[in-house]
Design a protein around this ligand. Structure first.
Ligand SMILES: CC(=O)SCCNC(=O)CCNC(=O)[C@H](O)C(C)(C)COP(=O)(O)OP(=O)(O)OC[C@H]1O[C@@H](n2cnc3c(N)ncnc32)[C@H](O)[C@@H]1OP(=O)(O)O
Ligand SMILES: CC(C)C(=O)C(=O)O
Ligand SMILES: [Mg+2]
Length: 513
């Protein structure tokens, strides 16, 4: 059996999903959970992209111990130097360099000849190798590249010091048979290929990312790049959970395994979905709400008689258990701490006490608290940025079928001042958002608003996701409360704080962490 390395790029390619913008705090939570899941490599960001990314990669590299941490860089000294500043203190500094090798990318995007691209690839790998003990090199758009050129450039970058070679299907264009053939071709035509690990990076534009990744494994890939819930640029990346569970369930066929703790999959998926605001479709393989639900009579009959008639994966394998602890107002700190740790959160001890008292307040209002309720609570409190931001203190709305909805909102500003404002709108939520717009120092555009209930029954919590736009950049935010209007206000303020932190001083958040 061959060990397959899992290279998780949720925090880099995953964050490239339209409408996703993670704060440092959110990235740290995801990184810690990816470490618990057992990812071999965590791609924490693209350090040269922004001060925020640079800092997030640095911070993640300094706290994550069990996984290797890497950052993406273009083939130039500035990107490589910035990546080094972020990664120099990690246990084994590792860089991910890329340059496009397809005719369309080289001609129109890079405006370079193949010889120039080859030269820059070799130079950048050699330059990065002066500091980084591990240099991974990617041929962007490899699958639309000329095979002979691809083989030639790979051979040269291996000679220059690359120890992992990644073959991305950047535009999700190839099919499993062709992708497998490409791996075999490279194995047969690059004479020094045995010196490196081969890696696959697939996009899902035609729905083949998982199949392509598995085909790469069958044809010699040692590493799979993937994301939780398959999020990523455009239609997303190969989904980590699909690849990992397929290898587990069909291990005899693939003769390969991963070192992932598969029982962490479900909570990792939920955490990523909550923090990115990207809902997991109910029919999504492995982690969708319906992935283990049997609806029709014949199926139910079969499952009752023998589970394996219709279930190839057990919910327990991915960490879905029916015997979850029920917490309520009589629960104590131990059970509370255990439950939130199991859910993938890792608050500091003083934070646990703060959360516990919030939990008790909520438990006074609700008889039984579900995991969903706890998620909502943790999102509200654990994800607070480390610097002062805008805080919602109070929201009141008057609504009547024949009146104009009017909202009064009270906020605490980052400077600690309490401010109050009133405004009207076409509906209650609109009135709140108009009022908030009047109070905030930056103009933003609301691009999306989604409301869902968390938990079940009449005392279910309301969860709202919003997407704000500022200067062509999108910022997601969510808010949870017992009341829809309060949840709506919280989501707006949460997303606005991201806009504000990004515009004002992106480094501020790191200063106090
Ligand atoms: C396939 C992928 O997922 S690649 C990763 C994609 N991720 C991202 O782009 C997210 C982060 N990106 C960013 O924040 C910005 O694009 C930055 C900071 C990296 C660069 O911003 P800018 O300097 O304004 O350049 P811009 O993004 O407009 O254009 C990209 C430039 O990089 C060049 N470039 C693209 N890839 C590479 C590469 N691998 N090596 C060297 N240069 C490259 C382009 O040719 C272009 O150069 P030009 O300005 O001389 O025409
Ligand atoms: C940077 C590379 C690996 C990438 O994300 C792609 O080509 O899709
Ligand atoms: Mg990609």
């Amino acid at each position: 059996m061959r060990k397959i390395d899992i290279f998780d790029t949720t925090l880099r390619d995953g964050e490239q999903s339209a409408g996703v913008m993670l704060t440092l705090q959110e990235k740290l939570e995801i990184a810690r959970q990816l470490e618990r899941l057992g990812a071999d490599v965590i791609e924490a960001g693209f350090p040269a992209a922004s001060k925020g990314d640079q800092e997030a990669v640095r911070k993640i590299a300094s706290i994550v111990k069990e996984s290797s941490v890497t950052g993406l860089a273009r083939a130039n000294k500035k990107d490589i130097n910035t990546a080094w500043e972020s990664l120099r203190n990690s246990a084994e500094p590792r860089i991910h360099l890329f340059i496009a090798t397809s005719p369309v990318h080289m001609t129109y995007k890079l405006k370079k000849t193949p010889d120039q691209v080859l030269e820059e690839a070799v130079q950048s790998v050699a330059y990065a190798g002066r500091n980084f003990p591990v240099v991974q090199w990617s041929a962007e758009d490899a699958c639309r590249s000329d095979k002979a050129f691809l083989a030639k450039i790979i051979e040269k970058v291996i000679d220059a010091g690359a120890s992992v070679i990644n073959i991305p299907d950047t535009v999700g264009f190839i099919n499993p048979i062709e992708y497998g053939q490409l791996f075999r071709y490279l194995k047969e035509n690059v004479k020094n290929i045995h010196r490196v690990k081969l890696s696959a990076h697939c996009h899902d534009d035609l729905g083949m990312a998982t199949a392509n990744s598995l085909s790469a494994i069958e044809n010699g890939a040692d590493q799979i790049e993937c994301t939780i819930n398959g999020i990523g640029e455009r239609a997303g990346n190969a989904s980590l959970e699909e690849v990992a569970v397929a290898l587990k369930i069909r291990s005899e066929h693939y003769q390969a395994y991963t070192d992932l703790s598969l029982h962490e999959i479900s909570r990792t998926s939920q955490l990523v979905s909550r923090l990115t605001g990207l809902a997991v479709p109910p029919n999504k393989a492995v982690v969708g709400k319906n992935a283990f639900a049997h609806e029709s009579g014949i199926h139910q009959d079969g499952v009752l008689k023998e589970r394996s008639t219709y279930e190839i994966i057990t919910p327990e394998l991915v960490g879905l258990s029916s015997n979850s602890l029920v917490l309520g107002k009589h629960s104590g700190r131990h059970a509370f701490r255990k439950q939130i740790t199991q859910m993938g959160f890792s608050p500091a001890e003083d934070k646990v006490n703060e959360l516990f008292s919030e939990f008790k307040n909520l438990a006074d209002k609700k008889k039984e608290l579900t995991e969903e309720d706890l998620y909502a609570l943790l999102m509200e409190h654990q994800m607070k940025p480390a610097i002062p931001v805008y805080e919602l203190l109070d929201v009141q709305v008057t609504y009547g079928t024949n009146n104009i909805p009017t909202a009064t909102v009270q906020l605490k500003t980052p400077q600690g001042k309490k401010v109050q404002e009133a405004g009207t709108g076409t509906g209650s939520v609109d009135a709140i958002y108009h009022t908030l717009d009047k109070m905030m120092p930056l103009e933003v555009k609301l691009k999306d608003y989604r409301l869902q209930s968390v938990g079940s029954g009449r005392d279910a919590l309301a969860q709202v996701h919003v997407l704000l736009e500022k200067e062509n950049k999108e910022y997601n935010g969510s808010g949870t409360a017992q009341d829809v209007l309060e949840a709506s206000a919280r989501a707006y303020v949460y997303a606005f704080n991201k806009v504000w932190m990004n515009a004002a001083e992106p480094q501020q958040e790191r200063a106090t962490i």
